[in-house]
Design a protein around this ligand. Structure first.
Ligand code: NAD
Ligand code: MG
Length: 390
């Protein structure tokens, strides 16, 4: 029996993970569930999955959750705050940590899981984008197992030779072909992009996801973050990673080999496939995802991304090539800009401009600790917030 902590259980990935777990009560039990503010959803999850511990973001949310749990006669222990997230990620009673908090808030608890040598299922790409080498070193030094949940990286993992974790993609690999749907604005006239609304930006044509990653998909910063994620996970250089737009989202990514072979992983766009794959790895379990019906899909398209339509993708390649704290600065500025867009403080086209300004204003430095990384993250947020309100 594998005991699982789900960081961010009330989100889109959290809910999909619980859906897969519920199909296999003989294999998995829930050690801890965590949420920031969604107390009602978390309470219902506690009722169904009976975790030992539930963690929320504030004392007030904790009080609210405790009350609701008591009324239902449930014994789940309630904690709150960042220290409690670290505790449930490194608890000896837990074997597997699903890292599904959105954004930089997930970094410290995900790092704690790596340091505690857990099996880490990584959805929280921002953690790896920020901490790159520090995170991979912690995985290596503490014997943790790192399995990618991001559909593209899970696909690449399935297509790579098994030697990849040595920091090189593996013998014979020429390129990683990272597929991208292109998001909701792939064909919209570029000159109309400055008037898109948050509702239009989060309406993804193929995937149902949280709001932040949905906006990232519309700007293609999501793909940019995934390029950096692929660099760290698979040891591929920026030149070895090619982004291919594939609007049907049936091929989740590919690996191209020096002999001319290209291996791809296909499936319906449903995160329960990579979640089930990583949970059971190296075995296979049912995920609830419908079988792929290729003849009803009919045709698959591919095209090159256009940096002038999607400047965020270029900014991410630039940050990867710059190295050091540049990806963390990119990520922090993006989080501020996306939140500002969702809150109506800034237009869609301002997202890339704001990130570019912050990257110019804050020179990247070498980072050798999580603390110095968090300082860079803080500083980038401060500058981005200042620009947004100026
Ligand atoms: P979401 O917004 O639906 O859920 C986020 C979860 O994190 C919620 O449970 C929320 O309570 C929690 N949370 C938010 N802020 C927090 C904070 N400050 N402290 C503690 N907890 C906090 O997001 P999502 O779509 O499930 O995405 C989660 C992560 O997975 C992101 O990093 C995203 O990039 C990645 N991811 C998501 C998908 C997808 O299909 N949704 C696919 C690939 C990767
Ligand atoms: Mg993805």
């Amino acid at each position: 029996m594998q005991r699982i902590t789900i960081l961010g259980s009330t989100g889109s990935i959290g809910a999909s993970t619980l859906d897969v777990v519920a199909r296999h009560p003989d294999r998995y039990s829930i050690h801890a569930l965590t949420a920031d503010t969604s107390v009602d959803v978390l309470c219902r999850q506690c009722e169904q999955f009976k975790p030992q511990i539930a963690v929320v973001g504030s004392a007030q949310a904790a009080q609210n959750l405790s009350q609701q749990l008591r009324q239902k006669g449930l014994k789940t222990q309630v904690e709150f705050g960042p220290g409690a997230l670290v505790a449930v990620s490194s608890d000896p009673d837990c074997d597997v940590v699903m890292a599904a908090i959105v954004g930089a808030a997930g970094l410290v608890p995900t790092m704690a899981a790596a340091r505690a040598g857990k099996k880490v299922l990584l959805a929280n790409k921002e953690a790896l984008v920020m901490a790159g080498k520090l995170f991979m070193d912690a995985v290596q030094a503490n014997g943790a197992t790192l399995l990618p949940i991001d559909s593209e990286h899970n696909a690449i993992f399935q297509c790579l030779p098994k030697t990849y974790l040595r920091g090189q993609p593996g013998q014979g690999v020429a390129k990683i072909l990272l597929t991208a749907s292109g998001g909701p604005f792939l064909n919209r006239p570029v000159e109309t992009l400055d008037v898109v609304t948050p509702a239009e930006a989060v309406a993804h044509p193929k995937w149902v996801m949280g709001r932040k990653i949905s906006v990232d998909s519309a700007t293609m910063m999501n793909k940019g973050l995934e390029v950096i994620e692929a660099h760290w996970l698979f040891g591929a250089s920026a030149d070895q990673i090619e982004v291919v737009i594939h609007p049907q989202s049936v091929i989740h990514s590919m690996v191209s080999y020096i002999d001319g072979s290209v291996l791809a992983q296909l499936g319906n766009p449903d995160m329960r496939t990579p979640i089930a794959h990583a949970l059971a790895y190296p075995e296979r379990i049912a995920s609830g995802v419908a079988p792929l019906d290729l003849t009803s899909i009919g045709h698959l398209e591919f095209k090159k991304p256009n940096f002038s339509r999607f400047p965020c993708l270029k900014l991410a390649f630039d940050a990867l090539r710059a190295g050091g704290s540049a990806p963390a600065i990119l990520n922090a500025a993006n989080e501020v800009a996306v939140q500002g867009f969702l809150d109506g403080h800034t237009g869609f086209r301002m997202i890339d401009q704001l990130i570019a300004r912050v990257m110019d204003a804050l020179p990247h430095i070498h980072v050798d600790s999580i603390e110095s990384l968090l300082e860079q993250d803080f500083e980038a947020r401060r500058i981005a917030t200042g620009y947004m309100h100026s």
